[in-house]
Design a protein around this ligand. Structure first.
Ligand SMILES: Cc1ncc(COP(=O)(O)O)c(C=O)c1O
Length: 362
């Protein structure tokens, strides 16, 4: 008899893993500051909680595609309801876009480093990930190298704006060069709401029908556990995503939560202000102890500690031992070990992080 694994599609076990064991550890140890994930430390408001409670009363019914919510969100981008499909967090877009565009052997071009969920989801459809290191000096996308990597097998390009974990924005002229290739392009705007002064790239879909945008309420809105996101694109693009998404993929509770927070912009502003204030403090404090923080535009800061002679593992362990803080492990960049990433938590947790910087590196 064949072993079970011999029945699996060949790429199931060879695809990279996206390890979420840190979440189990964090939920099991509430005394730990969870500064390792790009979560929002501020819980949903009572308005959101009440809206969810009201929605669960109708929880015996299957949800629809909520035209009123789609219309409202699309309008904020000067688009129509046919240009948007709702989903269960933007991870669902990451998964679906691979299955829409990649068949086994096809390639997706992305930067290295990138958000760690993208490579496994491509590889789980037999896709090949072409990772192009960011530039060494400013960690910007290496646009020339990414464009040079295009082959006839390239079916998808990914630009996260601002990028995770580097936090940098791409220049408009550079983004346009990707649009001009005509190859399907995902622009992931997961963190854009931390900088509402920067316009969304959504208008590009009017000129470039192969471009689509991925948006989530997990970050500035603080809905990582609620699960709500949406894809923006031409009607044809959105129809493709709708075919790939599961029907009734977004629960009535998630839609009610989204509607409540979008009607209450002060809640988002408060969360953004808290984050950005601490990002500035982290930046200054990291510099003071001789580290190189990258000016980041999301809710995470990449910090270069390679000059201190400590490995990333040593730094992460010291943060746990000294201040009960989980930080994010970053694989060596350009062969150099000693990078880590931190996300602002609540005030008291952030004070612990600043104390860690001073006592460990100072
Ligand atoms: C760039 C990027 N896109 C998408 C996501 C996924 O977010 P969610 O599935 O919670 O919407 C993340 C999460 O960290 C991210 O960093």
């Amino acid at each position: 008899m064949k072993e079970l694994k011999e029945w699996f599609v060949p790429w199931l076990l060879t695809a990279r893993d996206y390890n979420t064991s840190i979440l189990d550890k964090a939920w099991a140890s509430p005394e730990m500051a969870r500064l390792m994930l790009n979560e929002n430390p501020i819980p949903p408001s009572e308005k959101v909680v009440n809206a969810v409670a009201e929605a669960v009363r109708k929880g015996n019914r299957y949800p629809d595609s909520m035209l009123s919510l789609r219309t409202k969100i699309a309008k904020s981008y000067d688009l129509g309801p046919e240009n948007i499909a709702l989903c269960n967090g933007s991870s669902e877009i990451i998964d679906s876009m691979m299955r829409i565009f990649l068949k086994p052997g096809d390639e997706i071009i992305m930067s290295d480093p990138t958000f760690g969920l993208f490579p496994p989801r491509a590889e789980l459809c037999g896709g090949k990930v072409v990772s192009i290191p960011v530039r060494e000096d400013d960690l910007q996308y290496d646009v020339d190298a990414m464009l040079n990597a295009i082959t006839e097998k390239t079916k998808l390009i990914l630009i996260i704006n601002p990028n995770n974990p580097t936090g940098v924005f791409i220049e408009d002229a550079d983004l346009k060069r990707f649009c001009e290739t005509g190859i399907p392009l995902c622009i992931d705007e997961a963190y854009l709401d931390y900088h509402p002064e920067i316009p969304s790239k959504a208008p590009l879909i009017k000129t470039y029908p192969q471009v689509f945008l991925s948006v989530t309420l997990s970050k500035a809105h603080g809905f990582a556990g609620v699960r709500f996101g949406y894809v923006l694109g031409t009607k044809e693009m959105v129809e493709a995503f709708k075919r790939m998404f599961l029907p009734w993929n977004v629960s009535l509770m998630s839609m009610a939560a989204a509607e409540a927070i979008l009607d209450n912009p002060e809640e988002i502003e408060k969360k953004v202000k808290h984050n950005n204030r601490w990002m500035d403090i982290f930046f200054e404090e990291a510099k003071k102890v001789g580290l190189k923080p990258y000016q980041a535009h999301g809710n995470y800061m990449l910090i270069d500690a390679t000059m201190k002679g400590k490995t990333t593992e040593e730094i992460l362990q010291a943060a746990i031992d000294m201040e009960k803080i989980f930080l994010k492990k970053i694989a060596p960049i350009h062969g150099k070990d000693g990078y880590f990433r931190v996300t602002p938590g609540l005030d008291e947790e952030n004070e612990r992080f600043v104390r860690f910087l001073k006592n460990y590196f100072g």
